[in-house]
Design a protein around this ligand. Structure first.
Ligand SMILES: *Cc1c(COP(=O)(O)O)cnc(C)c1O
Length: 362
């Protein structure tokens, strides 16, 4: 038998989450963000499952080319723009839209001579509205906008920015970013875009012309736990494996590397075929939940590369071969992330290629 580790990808749930995003967006167009292999779910499968999406957002040229070569004809936006001036030729040939967030990118675009004379581009110009990671300052943004328009190579200019704290409830940072974005981008009638998943859910004032949901499409709640907003998102990935060993140990016996968990009394320990070599987080603490059948059991001891141990003392019926869910249906990935000092985004994108991916069609 192969290692029984599987990531089940429920495309119908992704479609349902997209429909919710689309409904919340009102009149705005929706760009489904499928960078990093659709947050670990498989970019091509997700793109094919979302024919209603107005555009797809990816991180870089290689991610876009993979989709184009597989026949995805929808607009594709390089959210990270070009990393090198030589990429403009492929941008032209594959018909891609591009974010320009830095002076070097702007200059290389202005210098680029399209193979096809008169060729025009859809450019997303990014303002740094306060996150201070990427984008132009307000004054440089205004200059960049003028230069782009004067270049004669612009079919459409979308003005964009990105929130730093939209996952927090009533963040002063979000208010100030929104105000700065409005001020810096107003006047010209260009389409505007700033909302990620969190802002799409909590901040209707930020929807403008394009919303850019990512994490919510995969069914993880984009909001920090203090914010309880009832959004019926459905988990898209269920990571599961099986119990491959069950043993009884005595009070005081320790489990796993470093002997870092000891049994408080006589205990039943299950070994599950999943580990950090599959993308299960090594920093998951004792007590992190897993589902054995439909009952919860707690992680006991350190995560190893190929195995974890769980305390089955309260599950006398558990047997070798039983299915174990690490996250997904019945166990929110956010909960496992919180127990591991990380976020759902990292767990979902971190599932390794040795895991078998299975796609459930609608
Ligand atoms: C990743 C990304 C998004 C999506 O963010 P979520 O928090 O996953 O919704 C939106 N916009 C840009 C520019 C991004 O890079």
């Amino acid at each position: 038998m192969n290692r029984p580790v599987e990531a089940l990808i429920n495309l119908a749930n992704i479609r349902s989450n997209f429909a919710l995003a689309n409904k919340l967006s009102g009149e705005a167009s929706v760009m489904a963000v499928i960078k990093a292999n659709a947050y670990g779910h498989g970019a091509l499968a997700v793109a094919r499952a979302l024919p209603e999406s107005d555009a797809f957002g990816v991180a870089c040229l290689a991610e876009a080319i993979e989709l184009r070569e597989a026949g995805i004809a929808k607009p594709i936006v390089l959210l990270g723009g070009v990393f090198d001036s030589t990429e403009w030729r492929d941008v032209e040939h594959f018909g891609l839209q591009v974010v320009i967030h830095a002076q070097e990118q702007l200059e290389s675009f202005l210098a680029y001579r399209p193979d096809q004379a008169e060729r025009q581009f859809v450019i997303w110009l990014k303002l740094d509205s306060g996150m201070h990671r990427l984008g132009f300052s307000p004054s440089a943004f205004a200059r960049a906008r003028d230069l782009l328009i004067d270049s004669g190579k612009i079919q459409e200019l979308v003005l964009m920015s990105h929130f730093a704290c939209a996952d927090e409830y009533q963040s002063a940072m979000t208010d100030s970013q929104l105000a700065l974005f409005k001020k810096a981008s107003g006047g010209g009638g260009d389409p505007l875009s700033i909302a990620n998943s969190a802002a799409l859910i909590t901040c209707p004032d930020s929807h403008f012309d394009w919303v850019r949901p990512g994490i919510m499409l995969y069914g993880a709640n984009p909001l920090t736990e203090q914010v309880i907003v009832d959004v019926p998102l459905l988990p898209a990935m269920t990571l599961r494996s099986r119990l491959i060993d069950v043993r009884d140990i005595l009070a005081g016996d320790s489990v796993g590397y470093g002997g870092q968990w000891s049994a408080p009394g006589a205990a039943r320990i299950g070994t599950v075929a999943i580990g950090y070599g599959d993308g299960y987080p090594r920093h998951a603490v004792n007590g992190t939940p897993v589902l054995v059948g439909d009952k919860r059991a707690a992680l006991a001891g350190r995560v190893s590369m190929d195995y974890i141990s769980v305390d089955l003392s309260d599950l006398p019926e558990a047997r070798v071969g039983d299915e174990v869910v690490l996250w997904g249906e019945g166990l929110p990935v956010e909960e496992v992330a919180a127990m591991s000092g990380t976020i759902a985004y990292e767990l979902l994108t971190g599932v390794r290629s040795r895991v078998n991916f299975r796609y459930l069609e609608e």
